[in-house]
Write a protein that binds this ligand. Structure first.
Ligand code: FES
Length: 145
């Protein structure tokens, strides 16, 4: 039950209301099965020192597309649901298109997220950007000299 449903009389804090999509992704996060190590082409481990959350994300890139993606989050429901949606948005996209995914794209895809949880959606986007940067640096390292 959201605070809206419970009533706000006397309540001074922020209003928390999760959409059905946020709750569903939190309860059933997508793409959490770890990738086989030999399929990991790019990885990221990032954290938000402000709230202590940490997130890892791995990608498998085949023919310029995100062929598989996996994340692990030690964060709040907002972080887990937005990261789950992020992986859904990125999966199958070209690397160039995946690089264009913004935290707003994730929030819109979930039908919104409480204002005080919007920073949570940054974690997944930042992790994806870092994993793709890692993929690019590994690809450069593999190029013949
Ligand atoms: S409260 Fe820190 S990521 Fe959600």
């Amino acid at each position: 039950m959201s605070i809206d449903q419970a009533g706000t009389e006397g309540y001074q804090g922020p209003i928390l209301y999760y959409t059905d999509a946020v709750i569903e992704h939190f309860q059933h996060p997508r793409n959490v099965e770890p990738l086989p190590p030999d399929q990991v082409d790019g990885s990221a481990l990032i954290g938000d020192p402000g709230c202590g959350d940490q997130m890892s994300l791995d990608i498998c890139v085949r023919e310029g597309r995100i062929a598989a993606i996996s994340f692990k989050s030690f964060g709040c429901p907002g972080a887990i649901s937005t990261s789950s949606m992020l992986t859904e948005l990125a999966l199958g996209k070209s690397v160039e298109d995946a690089e264009g995914i913004s935290d707003d794209d994730v929030v819109v895809a979930l039908g919104g997220i409480p204002e005080n949880k919007k920073h949570c959606s940054l974690l997944g986007v930042q992790a994806l950007q870092a994993a793709m940067a890692d993929w690019r640096s590994r690809a450069v390292a593999k190029e013949p000299r």
